[in-house]
Every structure is written in structure tokens, then in C-alpha cells.
Design a protein around this ligand. Structure first.
Ligand code: C2E
Ligand code: MG
Ligand code: MG
Length: 366
């Protein structure tokens, strides 16, 4: 059992046998509760196959208690005690399951598992749809593109925010299938708009997990071919976190996407990985200034300085720039005065349906 546990964990995890039938696993690099669920499920899978001892075939189950640093405690002894308490709770709940130490954590985990189960049926049940948010050229006032934003609505939960369900699709691996659906639906819609005479760029968010799929480029190429949407009108939004992976493979993938004719933008710029060197090495077209800097632009001199610097940098590097989350006239005039000529935000429009985008386009062109 110790061997199986050790082989199933990552290199920087610690597996120890405390005595008797008790094991302790220390996971130092857990980013969120999603990862804990994945590890716990992995442990169950590892222990499932039969153990053969002499002529005996033995099946075992395990009860797992989880405590989390620093939420439950900052002290090792207390964390161990909490994990132990949670494990006895797991045993009392019928064994062969896991429990977190705190009720809040258990509730959060239950909700996660419910979301995973509902999300996995949602493509079939057609519970996803896209909204589109206009992107505006500030010099002409015209809508030049849209960002496709995924919406998820189920009879059980109603409308769930992407901030809640996107991380769950990422940790459960569902993001790839859902992401394919988003890309296809957005390109199909882009093609319909073109046929209606609306010349719009369509931006689609790409999670880093999607980005690192080995077949991403051929997938994008196939979707473009199948939908007949021109590659130069498709923009893929990636985040700075993508640059944390092997630089050469990121460079290759971006190069191949660019070769298709697709545009690449950096979403939420300034909030993630802080090295700027990738900007000169990677084939990137556009930077999206994160809304957290735009929000207090008019009142906070620090935000104003950051936005000013980002805009100047994009000009120097010959990159396109767009501000996200523009809500007020004051933000707009600041951006214009600093030569940022593209923006997106509630000031112009919230994300709306595809039909509403066609109407907006035709209203403006009259
Ligand atoms: P994002 O890509 O940065 O998208 C912008 C978010 O800001 C959207 O939230 C949009 O509704 C919101 N927003 C736009 N203008 C304003 C404004 O003026 N004020 C404020 N307060 N908010 C504004 P939403 O739709 O809730 O999406 C949240 C995040 O979920 C997105 O952030 C994106 O990271 C992710 N997401 C959405 N759709 C997809 C998708 O299809 N795939 C992936 N991987 N991620 C997605
Ligand atoms: Mg985005
Ligand atoms: Mg953003």
C-alpha cells in the first residue's frame, strides 16, 4: 500500500506511514480545493485494484481526512489533529470517503462535485450558450469586434458565474470539450454575422489547459475550415500564466497559430506572470489592460500610472492595446488622452446575445 501511495503522488509530495493502518500525505503545492479533490480521487483509484498476499486476495477501502494550511491552522500539530478528526468523521460517515476538517470546506467540496457532475452532462443537454461583448474603436465609435463569453444555465442551479464554473471545468478536465464547443459556436456565429454584413473580429478565451493540448493547432484549423470563418477575424485570448510553461513549446504553438492567420491577445494583462521578456519573444498581437487597473483610473494615481505605462509600452513594442472594464466617461477620456483607442466595458454594452450584436451593428451603420 505504501508503494502504491508513493508511486501515485508527485515528486514533491511526502508520503509517510504513521503506524498501524494510518498514512499521512503532505501536499505542499496545492493551489485550490479542486486539486485536493483530484488527489483524493487518485488515491481511491490507486487503492482499488486487488492486493494479493500469498493466496489471499484483499480489497481495501480508505477513509481520508483533510486539513488545509493556513485555513485550518498554521501549526503542524494542529493540522495533524484536524486531519485526524476529519478522518474519524469520514469513518463515521460510512467509511470509504473523505471529509475536510471544516464544515465550510465540506460544503464547498460538495458544491464542486455537484458542479462537475452537472457540467459533464451540460454539453449534451445544451445548457451552455454564448454572450458577446462589443469592442469599440474609440476614434470612430464603431464596434470592431466582440468577445465571446461562456454562459452556463441549468434547471438545478440557474445561471452560474464563469468565475465559479470555469475553474471547475479546468480542474476536472472538462474544459477541453467545452472549449471546443465555445470555439466552434463562436466561429459559426462569426460566419453568420459576416453573411449579414457585420465585419467583426471574434475573440475567444482559451484556458491554459486548452492551450497546452497537443492537438490545439489542428483543432483550431479544423474548426475554421468547418465553419468557414476567416482565420484573420479570430482572436484567441490567452493569459500570462501560459508563459510559465516550457517557453519553446509555447513559442512553437503560438507560431503555428499565427501561421494559420489567427490573432493572439494577452487577457488580464498585468495580473499574472510578471516577466515582460515574453512580450518581445512571443508572436503576440494585442494586450488587454485588465479591468482592475481601469476601475479606479480616475481616482488612483497608481492605477493611472500603470495604465499609462502599459499603453506606452504597447506603442513602443508595436502591439495593439484595448482596455477592459470601461464603465465611465472619465475612464474613457483618460484612455483617449493616452492614445488607447480601443475599449470594452459596460459603458458601451454588457455582454449580450448574438442577435443583439447584429442589431447594434446595423443601428450604428445607419
Ligand atoms: P475575461 O475574459 O477577462 O472577460 C471579461 C469579464 O469582465 C467578463 O466576465 C465580462 O462580463 C466582464 N466585464 C466586461 N465589461 C465589464 C465592466 O465594464 N465592468 C465589470 N465589472 N465587468 C465587466 P464574465 O463573462 O463573468 O467572465 C469572467 C471570466 O471567465 C472571463 O474573464 C474569462 O476569463 C472566463 N471565461 C468566460 N468565458 C470563457 C470561455 O469561453 N473560456 C474560458 N476559458 N474562459 C472563459
Ligand atoms: Mg477575455
Ligand atoms: Mg480580461
Amino acid at each position: 500500500m505504501a508503494r502504491r501511495l508513493r508511486e501515485g503522488m508527485r515528486e514533491n509530495d511526502t508520503v509517510a506511514r504513521l503506524g498501524g493502518d494510518e498514512f499521512l500525505i503532505l501536499l505542499p503545492s496545492i493551489e485550490s480545493v479542486h486539486h485536493v479533490i483530484a488527489v483524493v480521487q487518485n488515491i481511491k483509484t490507486i487503492l482499488q485494484p486487488v492486493f494479493r498476499i500469498g493466496n489471499h486476495e484483499i480489497y481495501i477501502t480508505c477513509s481520508i481526512g483533510v486539513s488545509v494550511y493556513p485555513d485550518d491552522s498554521k501549526h503542524l500539530e494542529e493540522l495533524l489533529r484536524d486531519a485526524d478528526t476529519a478522518m474519524y468523521h469520514a469513518k463515521n460517515c460510512g467509511r470509504n470517503n473523505f471529509q475536510f476538517f471544516t464544515t465550510e470546506m465540506n460544503l464547498a467540496v460538495q458544491r464542486q462535485m455537484r458542479l462537475v457532475s452537472l457540467l459533464s452532462q451540460s454539453l449534451e443537454k445544451e445548457c451552455f450558450f454564448l454572450n458577446y461583448q462589443p469592442q469599440i474603436d474609440l476614434l470612430t465609435g464603431r464596434m470592431i469586434g466582440v468577445e465571446a463569453l461562456l454562459r452556463w444555465q441549468t434547471p438545478e442551479l440557474g445561471l452560474v458565474s464563469p468565475a465559479e464554473f470555469i475553474p471547475v471545468t479546468e480542474s476536472s478536465g472538462l474544459i477541453c470539450a467545452i472549449g471546443d464547443w465555445v470555439l466552434t459556436a463562436a466561429c459559426q456565429q462569426g460566419r453568420v454575422w459576416l453573411q449579414q454584413g457585420c465585419l467583426l473580429h471574434v475573440a475567444v478565451n482559451l484556458s491554459s489547459i486548452q492551450f497546452h493540448q497537443h492537438n490545439l493547432v489542428s483543432k483550431v484549423a479544423n474548426i475554421l475550415a468547418e465553419t468557414g470563418f476567416p482565420a484573420h477575424l479570430l482572436e484567441l485570448e490567452i493569459t500570462e500564466g501560459i508563459m510559465l510553461a516550457d517557453k519553446n513549446s509555447v513559442l512553437t504553438t503560438l507560431g503555428e497559430l499565427k501561421a494559420l492567420g489567427v490573432h493572439i491577445s494577452i487577457d488580464d494583462f498585468g495580473t499574472g506572470y510578471s516577466s515582460l521578456s515574453y512580450l518581445k519573444r512571443m508572436p503576440i498581437d494585442k494586450i488587454k489592460i485588465d479591468q482592475s487597473f481601469v476601475r479606479d483610473l480616475a481616482d488612483d494615481p497608481n492605477d493611472a500610472a500603470i495604465v499609462k505605462a502599459i499603453i506606452a509600452m504597447t506603442h513602443g513594442l508595436n502591439l495593439d492595446v484595448i482596455a477592459e472594464g470601461v464603465e465611465t466617461e472619465a475612464q474613457l477620456s483618460f484612455l483617449l488622452s493616452r492614445q488607447c483607442h480601443k475599449a470594452q466595458g459596460y459603458y458601451f454594452s454588457k455582454p449580450v446575445s448574438a442577435e443583439a450584436i447584429s442589431e447594434l451593428w446595423h443601428d450604428k451603420s445607419c
